[in-house]
Structure formats: C-alpha cells, structure tokens
Design a protein around this ligand. Structure first.
Ligand code: MSP
Length: 513
C-alpha cells in the first residue's frame, strides 16, 4: 500500500524556524510511522519561490530573485538535514519540472473554460500573497496575519471560476460516502470551511500582469500564474506529473496534506476546485494544525523572536528537539511555546522518565549480571502489558494524527515500567532473591525494546541506540516492521538471554534554563 504525505512548500523570504519545523517534523513522524507499517511512502516538501514577496525580499538584500531563492532554499534543506527529515523529494517552484506541471494543469483549466479575463481592483496583502475583501480585514483595515494594510491594486487579470465549484465541493466535503470525499480535519476547522463555502464562492485571481517573477501563462505569456496556484501544483509535480505517469498514478491522490490553519482554505477549497477542474482525484485528507506563538507573541524575524531548528538542536540534541517540537502543544489547536516550557518537558519526559528507565536498568544489569541479558526463564508479561497499552493508545493516535496523544501514551508506557521497578525494588532483591532479580531485569529490558520500536518515528537515532543498549538483536527497523504487522513478541523477547548490553553515555543529560 502507498502513502503520500506533504508539507506546505515554504516561502523563501523567511529563514526556517520552529513554526516550519513543526509541520515538517510532524510529517516526518507520520511518514516514518507508515514506513514501519510497511507502506510505500512518498514524503514531499519544498520551497515556494515565486511572487511579489520574494521579489521584495531579494531587492532588500541586494540580490536577484533567483540568488535569494537558491540561498534560502538551501537553508531549508540544511534545516531538514539537521533535523533528520526523511523526505523523498524536495520541490522548488523554480525548477523546470514544476513549470511543466503548472503548464499542463493551467492549460487544461483554460481549455475547459474555467479561466476568463477581467479587470480587477482589490486590496492585496503581499505577506499573504492574496486579495482580501474589506469584511475580511480587522477593525483597522489590516490583514489578521500580518497586521499591515493591504494595498489597492488594479489590473487586467485572468480569473478562475471558483464560484462554479461550490456544489461539487460541498458534496465532496460533507458526504463521507462520496467516492471523492475529502476529509478536512480537525472537525471544527472542517465546519468553518463548510460554513464559509455555504455563503458562496467568489471567482479568484489566477494570474498577475505586474509580477514578472513567476511562471508565464501558457496561453498568454504576458502574465504570470498567480503564486498560490503555482504553489499548490507542486503536490503533483513532486510525484512526476505530467512526465512520469507510472509514479504519478502510483502515489496520487495525496493521503495527507499537512499544514497550519492559515492556509487551510487554499488547500481544501481552491486546490480541490483546481483538481476537479483538471479532472484529477482529490486528496484524501487535509489536516491543519494550530499556530503557535512564542512567549505569547507571533514569531517573526523582525521582532527577533524566532527559535531556529539549530538552537533547539544545540540545546537538546536532534531527537529530543524533534520530540519536543511536536509534543509541546496539542496537535490541532493553537498554543504558546517558551524555552521554559521546552526545558520542563525535556526534563520531565526525557531526562527523568525515559532516561531514568534506561540508566537504572543498565546500572543494575551491569552491577549484578556483568552487562548481559540475564539467563532466566523468559518473562514477557511486562513487555506484553506495554505492548497492549501502546497498541490501544499509540497506534490509533498516530493514525489520527494526534501526535501529542501518541507521545503521551509512550510516556504512560515508560511510567508503567518505572513503577514496576519501584514495586519490585530490585536493589532489595539483590540481597534476597537473585533468581527473581534476573527475571525482573530481563522483563524491564524486553519492555524497553517495545517502547524503543514505538519511539522510532519520533527519535530515529536514539531509538536505535536504546535498542543496542538493551542488547536487542537485529535491526530495530526491520524488527519493528515485522512486529507492527503481526504484533508477535518472540518467546525469547527481543533482547535474548546472554546478549551483551552496550553501555553508552547519558542519553538525556538534564538541561538547566
Ligand atoms: N508558501 C505558502 C505555502 C504554499 S503550499 C502550497 C506558505 N508558506 S509559509 O512559509 O508561510 O509557511 C506556512 C506554513 O508554515 C504553515 O501553514 C505551517 O505549516 C508552518 N508554520 C509557519 N509558522 C508557524 C507557526 N508559528 N505555527 C505553526 N505552524 C507554522 O504559506
């Protein structure tokens, strides 16, 4: 089975910050989870490089638009490398393959009569790269996102007949049994979209005559494709449209388009209408998570309050940075983050709970069993309890994109084992009952192996390390792929009696403010 997941393609006028990382890490975690569940995964991300905003940013820096795009797109790639993002491809909208895809979609829409020319005057927000009606602005006449006044623009443009798609969109969004059903999540956002759709749709701008930095319309080279239409088409470019028919047929439609709520309308309504118009199937799910603020403020380069992926990695390490970014606030609603909050969560979940489980189990194995998995009758009840807990609460939450809940269930599993250690009090058993002690240590190691397999999508490197530390054999990824298919724990467990445990430095050193 295939699974195609995407992130938005990010504007190159900004540096990659924790807001972009949030979506990208979340998508990576889902991609890794699906791979472990034996899906053939295509995971796409990239950069959005055309439009007025990019031209303005390049001018400010004294660069050509392409120079800025090359430089900034590379920064996004570097950030994703640093964060160990496993994307299959990376689309840049300035690439020739993307021009081919845009040409094809745009020409199809034109040929089918969905594009028309008209004189237009409207309020344009360059930050959002879109026109707004007066009623969409705040009490000062500013855009809600950028708090700036949109500029009045007037030009002869091509328009897309969005209004003619109202009925077909409503049908596909509201009817779960429709064969082209598009599942918009979370529920409240879906209802907002439906509410807005019911009010009626206005036709939208499809081209710009004044912006040269874009893809020329195939049927009128004097105009360029409006940057949002250009950008949305990246989702088909990335899987080979229109050149590689086999790859495209294999992966389209997308299983999940992931993004924040700021761009949900573009993805659920405009993109869907383009696809219906071009006779292409609709994405199965569009999932929008919340927007987060930093210490109560919007993150922005100019305010100087952004957290970069590098800062996070320097402070907590790559795997912990990934874990913290996606678990600090519930996945869906808006939330606020702070360095204090990050450090507190790091110390609670990782240094204390997980770190403690590993370090004390290893210390006991070292002290009493020469760093070998104890030779004892296999005792898997604790591992089985952990496995059941995770099967019931981790897997469904991952499948429903409730990443914070999946992480919470992992923490519950870790706590379960830590509590068992307290109850067993192995340090007392060491004086009275070495046979029972061996069984106990053995069972902690087996339970930790189950936890490590579930931790893989969040912490790909440290989970492997934990797997080695506990003396588990074989590749954790291959073992997990098999385990997630049949859910069978071998009779001897994953850490076979007599195997060597590998000591390692402290996995999660405590962090102070
Ligand atoms: N280029 C468009 C997207 C085109 S997709 C066809 C764009 N780019 S963006 O660089 O502004 O990225 C917006 C996305 O970045 C959000 O939808 C979200 O995925 C992520 N985020 C950026 N800042 C964020 C927060 N402060 N909080 C949560 N997500 C954030 O829009």
């Amino acid at each position: 089975m295939k699974f195609y997941i995407t992130t938005p393609i990010y504007y190159v006028n900004d540096i990659p910050h924790v807001g972009h990382s949030y979506t990208t890490i979340a998508a990576d975690i889902l991609a890794r989870w699906k791979r472990l569940n034996n899906y053939d995964v295509f995971f796409l991300t990239g950069t959005d490089e055309h439009g007025a905003k990019i031209v303005a940013a390049a001018k400010e820096k004294g660069k050509t638009a392409l120079e800025l795009c090359d430089e900034m797109s590379a920064k996004f790639r570097e950030a994703w490398d640093l964060l160990n993002i496993s994307n299959t491809d990376f689309v840049r909208t300035t690439e020739q393959r993307h021009v081919l895809a845009v040409d094809k979609v745009v020409q199809t829409l034109f040929d089918k009569g969905f594009i028309f020319s008209r004189k237009y005057e409207g309020l344009y927000c360059v930050g959002c790269e879109r026109f707004y009606a007066q009623k969409d602005l705040d009490e000062n006449g500013c855009c809600h996102f950028h708090k700036t006044k949109p500029v009045l623009q007037s030009e002869e443009n091509y328009f897309f007949k969005l209004s003619s798609f109202q009925g077909s969109l409503l049908e596909r969004i509201t009817d779960k049994n429709h064969k082209e059903h598009i599942d918009i999540q979370p529920e409240e956002r879906r209802n907002e979209i439906i509410g807005k759709l019911k009010l009626g749709l206005e036709d939208v701008s499809f081209s710009r005559s004044a912006i040269e930095w874009g893809i020329p319309l195939p049927f009128d080279k004097k105009q360029t494709v409006y940057v949002w239409i250009d950008a949305l088409i990246n989702y088909v470019t990335g899987i080979g449209y229109p050149v590689d028919e086999t790859k495209f047929q294999k992966f389209w439609p997308a299983d999940v388009h992931l993004m924040a709520k700021d761009i949900l309308w573009f993805h659920s309504v405009i993109w869907s209408a383009i696809l219906i118009g071009a006779d292409l199937p609709l994405p199965k799910k569009v999932y929008s998570h919340g927007f987060f603020t930093l210490n109560g403020n919007k993150m922005s380069k100019s305010l100087g309050n952004v957290i970069s992926p590098k800062e996070l990695v320097d402070k907590y390490g790559v795997d912990a940075a990934r874990y913290l970014t996606v678990t600090l606030i519930p996945f869906g609603p808006d939330g606020d983050i702070s360095w204090q909050g990050l450090t507190l969560k790091y110390n609670t979940d990782l240094a204390n709970n997980l770190g403690n489980l590993i370090s004390r189990t290893i210390k006991m194995a070292e002290k009493y069993f020469d760093l070998l998995v104890p030779q004892t009758t296999p005792n898997l009840w604790l591992a089985k309890n952990v496995a059941t807990l995770l099967q019931e609460s981790f897997a469904p939450n991952m499948d429903n994109i409730q990443l914070h809940k999946a992480a919470e269930s992992l923490q519950n599993a870790i706590t379960l084992v830590n509590k068992q250690i307290e109850t067993d009090a192995p340090w007392k058993l060491a004086r009275t009952d070495m046979v029972k002690l061996a069984t106990c240590i053995y069972s902690y190691l087996q339970a930790t192996d189950i936890i490590a397999m579930h931790l893989l999508p969040f912490m790909p490197t440290l989970s492997e390390e934990i797997w080695r530390i506990t003396g588990a054999t074989g590749s954790i990824i291959e073992t997990a792929k098999k385990y997630f298919t049949d859910r069978i724990i071998p009779e001897t467990g994953f850490s076979v009696a007599g195997s060597q445990l590998r000591v390692s430095g402290i996995l999660f050193p405590r962090v102070t403010e």
